[in-house]
Design a protein around this ligand. Structure first.
Ligand SMILES: [Cu+2]
Length: 357
């Protein structure tokens, strides 16, 4: 005898009801989908800045125009390098879209380029992340279109063979897909991407330095830097903020080889969206940023000072270049941080804790 309360029977009934409702919901969604999307030209920014937050509440048809340029730029004082770039900078232009957007992606390869390039965006669902569709000879433009299905912070990079060499020459950047509800407002947003570079000459050896395939294969970088060069975030190029401001840094790691132990000396990240995903961890000192990966870090700059961005694999920082400054100005707050309170002779034989009496 058939038991009406058999769990599968119950499931089938519930499924049929759910399907009926889903059918209605689908019909309603389809009407919205049929409405023509507003066409918007994407605002692209050079590091260390990100385009403004997205305020619209509906998907759009976003057009991205990105130009690939090969050019000599400064690696360090007296040292230049022939960088291959997306948009003329390392990392490449920051791209910001919203979940559900349809992105029409136009990739241009400058006439002066010596090589063909393409792009693999980790935000793309589809063959090669777009690489197959964007093989672009010098002087050509290619195009493909994708739908931003998953929110998150994604690396993009060139995927022409030898892939490692194109990435090692600076061909990477970040694309942010904002969630539908947007992101929590902050006072300042920055764009920082680590990369490792391999030159024939030793660290600091002057002149135009060729790429060393041997060092790259051995994973022995000559330079490990933020935003493409030594001192890119120092002096008058330091990141700046005021005490009390909420800071968000979109952190990426282009690699091609190293994993970054990203840390800001003198700060604690209130939130880290680990690996650039949707969930955050709280109260983090150092976050791992994989090669070809990202993280979103957020913190309040409570007190003034020079806060130092580092890869805490620390020899890289002090000997290969991965050091940047966030300069925070404002009123001191001794309740949070006093600065040095004394510097006196230490008297041997006096019990600990009473030397200064
Ligand atoms: Cu390339």
């Amino acid at each position: 005898m058939k038991r009406l309360h058999h769990p599968f029977a119950a499931c089938a009934l519930a499924g049929a009801i759910a399907a009926a409702f889903a059918g209605n919901a689908f019909a309603a969604k389809k009407d919205v989908a049929d409405a023509p999307l507003e066409t918007i030209q994407a605002v692209l920014t050079a590091p260390p800045f990100a385009p403004p937050p997205i305020t619209r509440k509906t998907p759009a048809h976003v057009v991205v125009d990105l130009e690939m340029v090969e050019k000599d730029m400064r690696m360090a004082d007296g040292v230049t390098y022939n960088y291959w770039t997306f948009g003329g900078t390392v990392p490449g232009s920051f791209i910001r879209v919203r979940k559900g957007d349809t992105v029409e992606f136009k990739l241009k390869n400058h006439h002066s380029s010596h090589f063909s390039h393409n792009i693999d965006l980790h935000a793309v669902t589809g063959q090669g992340g777009g690489a197959e569709a964007t093989f672009t000879l010098p002087g050509k433009e290619t195009q493909f279109t994708f739908k931003a299905l998953n929110p998150g912070l994604y690396i993009y990079h060139c995927a022409m063979a030898p892939v490692g060499m194109h990435i090692a020459n600076g061909m990477y950047g970040l694309i942010l897909v904002e969630p539908e509800e947007g992101m929590e407002p902050v006072d300042k947003e920055f764009y920082v991407v680590q990369g490792d570079f391999y030159t024939e000459g030793a660290h600091g050896e002057p002149g135009l330095q060729p790429f060393s395939l041997e060092k790259a294969i051995e994973e022995h970088p000559t330079y490990v830097v933020f935003n493409g060069s030594v001192d890119s975030l120092q002096g008058d190029k330091a990141l700046t903020a005021k005490a009390g401001e909420k800071i968000r840094i979109f952190v990426g790691n282009g690699g091609p080889n190293l994993v970054s132990s990203f840390h800001v000396i003198g700060e604690i990240f209130d939130k880290v969206y680990t690996e650039g995903g949707s969930k955050y961890q709280e109260n983090v000192q150092t976050t791992l940023v994989p090669a070809g990966g990202s993280a979103i870090v957020e913190f309040k700059a409570d007190v003034p000072g020079n806060f130092v961005l580092v890869d805490h694999s620390i020899f890289r920082t002090f000997h290969k270049g991965s050091l940047g400054i966030l300069k925070v100005e404002g009123e001191k707050n001794p309740e949070i941080y006093t600065g040095q309170q004394h510097d006196i002779d230490y008297k041997e034989g006096v019990p600990q804790g009473s030397q200064h009496k």
